[in-house]
Design a protein around this ligand. Structure first.
Ligand SMILES: CC(C)(COP(=O)(O)OP(=O)(O)OC[C@H]1O[C@@H](n2cnc3c(N)ncnc32)[C@H](O)[C@@H]1OP(=O)(O)O)[C@@H](O)C(=O)NCCC(=O)NCCS
Length: 216
């Protein structure tokens, strides 16, 4: 697996003044192209790729803040509970790659969304596991999530990993998002149980999607 030791950046000043950055990883180029169309109206956007060790402290903190504001309530509802320390430890897991979408305004960079993932093994299978995908509420529903997941899938194709996997709380509306973009229940996922008086859902699902490789 190819790991990055430093960040590569692509930035563009507006939708009109977009320019390709030559140093962005090839598997992230799809995001550069797709987001250009889907975020019309947002200016001074920037795309960065980091490893868990190269991500700047402030960017890391903003990613954490997005997780906290989007998902803390779901963690609290679950048996896991919410722990900032545990979450930050998980976010520092060796081998994680972060792709962040930010807006640069008034000398400050604001992270609007990010995806983090890792090439790893799950039950003896070679997979790319998506750890987090988080968008600020103002950019949800614009197709950015789908584009970020395409980056994860391009990375899996780049690594020749046959599938992408992820975990999602069953109570999260994102389950429907994943279903729409082609993710299905993994064999090792907890399953819904049919009861006499309804359906009992597990706390979380494990989802997967086969990766299309060039020439397949
Ligand atoms: C989940 C999330 C990443 C989705 O990204 P997004 O940019 O809002 O979704 P997109 O606009 O790319 O949607 C892609 C498709 O999924 C559908 N979709 C997205 N969210 C949906 C929802 N809650 N319910 C039903 N469909 C949904 C869209 O309608 C779209 O379908 P279409 O292609 O037929 O138009 C984003 O909403 C988010 O960050 N949510 C909060 C954090 C979170 O829950 N992360 C997942 C943790 S596992």
């Amino acid at each position: 697996m190819q790991l990055m030791s430093c960040s590569a950046s692509a930035s563009w000043q507006s939708m009109a003044n977009y320019y390709e950055a030559p140093d962005i990883a090839p598997w992230a180029q799809s995001l550069v192209k797709i987001i250009r169309g889907s975020l019309y109206g947002l200016e001074n956007l920037r795309l960065d790729v980091y490893s868990e060790s190269s991500i700047p402290r402030d960017v890391f903190q903003q990613c954490f803040n997005l997780i906290e504001s989007n998902l803390k309530h779901l963690y609290r509802q679950s048996a896991l509970g919410w722990s900032s320390v545990d979450k930050q430890e998980e976010m520092r897991e060796q081998g994680l790659i972060y792709v962040t979408l930010s807006q640069h305004e008034h000398h400050a960079t604001r992270v609007l969304g990010f995806v983090s993932f890792m090439h790893t093994e799950e039950n003896g299978e070679d997979v790319v596991y998506c750890y987090e995908i988080q968008l600020a509420s103002r950019i949800q529903g614009l197709g950015v999530g789908k584009s970020l997941m395409q980056v994860v899938e391009s990375y899996a194709a780049h690594c020749a990993a046959p599938k992408c996997m992820l975990t999602v709380f069953s109570a999260n509306r994102a389950v429907e998002f994943y279903r729409k973009i082609g993710y299905t229940l993994a064999e090792n996922s907890p399953q819904d149980r049919k009861l006499r008086n309804g359906v009992s859902k597990p706390s979380y699902y494990i989802l997967e999607k086969a990766v299309q490789h060039a020439g397949v």
